[in-house]
Ligand binder design. Structure first.
Ligand code: SF4
Length: 437
């Protein structure tokens, strides 16, 4: 199984593997070693679509060389371009849409018997706790998908087209899965969805994320609960309080903002103004002093002027986000923004991207200096392959796979998945270095 894209897709991939009868199928993580290659794709933006197509073509090449027997392609790219893929990629044995995973065991058996399958229906699969998952991350941190799809209408985004409308999982089922994951060794649960703050709106008629977080906070043996993909206009006082008062809830908030100038926020259909965003961030920081905020911005959105971009830079300078990613605007077919006038030149997008990344590099370095001499809990992930006397871990400010690291200098061989208190002795632009206390 090769799983591309976001944590939601990774959970789907784990669920898919959980459906394969271990008495019939042996799962290997080496493509050279397999008969049937499973590829779960991403269609978020053109770059991700291209990466998915490139991986498919690599598998087709391996099949031509008889190194693998069959190819099954699944997920967002299939849901987004079903006909095109089926027409262009005849060597693929099965195409499975992002909502068809309840049929996956039978589809894999059909392919194993030499069959060809095309199964694309309603987008977005919402698994239950009973379905089980095969871990594709280290056991000590696991993603917990609480909902599927999205009801927002951001003009640059096509995700609702291939993930569908927002659907929340029933809370008892999420809690059951969380307990099972902790029993299986999870120390950190990373809460994910397209918009986690919208949780419960469909099922319970109100935002129920704060209640869910409080219930997760009661689970014995769990150390960290981390929240990803919060939508600014769906953040409530209850959520701020839940993060402030939670014993295990990381003081970490991943909240994509996308831009800071009002004309851009409006054209993006983000449903929030700059003023409201600043008030929200100030309120959150006042209530949760050591909060680490991760956000993302898009530069080069249609109509973005030098003035809009300067406003974004000033906003970054004043808000001083702990973690930040920048994307250049990607003109997605079937998105509303693709039809907007004043599309920005690629060279201008790139220039703005580099300027913003340079600014954030400085801000991140300055922020990190504030941790010199401080002591942090660090979740050890692995040995540092470049430095034998060192372990690599994460603090509460670091989500897996996207944020920085804490390098722990010690002769003691801390096991992956263990926590240790670390006194910070050195800081870098994106990472911290320290010694166990
Ligand atoms: S919140 Fe906006 S950007 Fe995110 S998935 Fe929904 S529509 Fe897309």
């Amino acid at each position: 199984m090769l799983s591309l894209g976001c944590p939601k897709t990774l959970v789907d991939s784990e669920t898919i593997l959980g459906k394969l009868d271990p008495g019939v199928f042996r799962i290997t993580n080496s493509v050279a070693d397999c008969d049937i290659a499973l590829l779960n794709t991403c269609a978020f933006i053109q770059e991700a679509q291209q990466e998915s197509v490139d991986r498919i073509l690599e598998l087709v090449e391996l099949k031509k060389q008889n190194q693998i027997r069959s190819i099954i392609v699944m997920g967002c790219l299939v849901q987004r371009f079903p006909q095109e893929l089926q027409k262009e990629l005849k060597a693929v044995d099965a195409f499975v849409g992002s909502g068809e995973y309840d049929k996956v065991s039978q589809i894999v058996s059909q392919v194993a018997d030499g069959g060809h399958v095309f199964s694309v229906g309603r987008p977005g699969y919402l698994a239950t706790a009973a379905e089980g998952r095969v871990a594709l991350t280290p056991e000590f941190y696991r993603y917990l998908k609480i909902s599927e799809g999205c009801d927002h209408v951001c003009s640059f985004c096509t995700i609702p087209l291939f993930r569908g409308k927002h659907r929340s999982r029933p809370m008892p089922d999420i809690l059951e899965e969380a307990r099972l994951l902790v029993k299986a060794g999870a120390k950190e649960l990373v809460v994910t969805g397209q918009d986690t703050t919208y949780y419960g709106r469909d099922l319970y008629g109100r935002y129920e994320l704060p209640v869910l977080l409080k219930e997760l906070d009661k689970i014995e043996g769990l150390h960290w609960i981390r929240l990803l993909y919060a939508y600014p206009s769906c953040i409530t006082e209850d959520l701020i309080a839940a993060i402030r008062d939670g014993e295990k809830i990381c003081r970490y908030l991943d909240m994509p903002l996308q831009h800071a100038s009002d004309p851009m926020l409006q054209a993006m259909r983000r449903g929030i103004t700059k003023r409201k965003t600043i008030d929200l961030i100030k309120r959150f920081r006042a209530e949760v002093p050591d909060l680490a905020i991760r956000t993302t911005f898009i530069v080069g959105f249609p109509g973005e002027t030098d003035g809009d971009f300067e406003e974004l830079m000033e906003f970054m300078e004043s808000m001083r986000f702990e973690r930040l990613g920048i994307f250049t605007y990607s003109r997605e077919k079937d998105s509303a923004a693709a039809l907007l006038p004043n599309q920005v030149e690629e060279s201008v997008k790139q220039e703005r991207f580099e300027k913003a990344m340079l600014l954030q590099q400085r801000i991140s370095g300055d922020n990190n200096q504030g941790y010199l001499g401080k002591t942090l809990d660090v979740l050890i992930e692995k040995a540092d392959e470049h430095n034998p006397g060192c372990r690599v871990g994460r603090s509460y400010m670091d989500a897996p796979e996207v944020d920085g690291s804490v390098y722990v200098r010690s002769s003691k061989k801390f096991k992956p998945g263990t926590f240790c208190r670390v006194s910070i002795t050195e800081t870098r632009e994106y990472d911290l270095v320290g010694e166990p206390v």
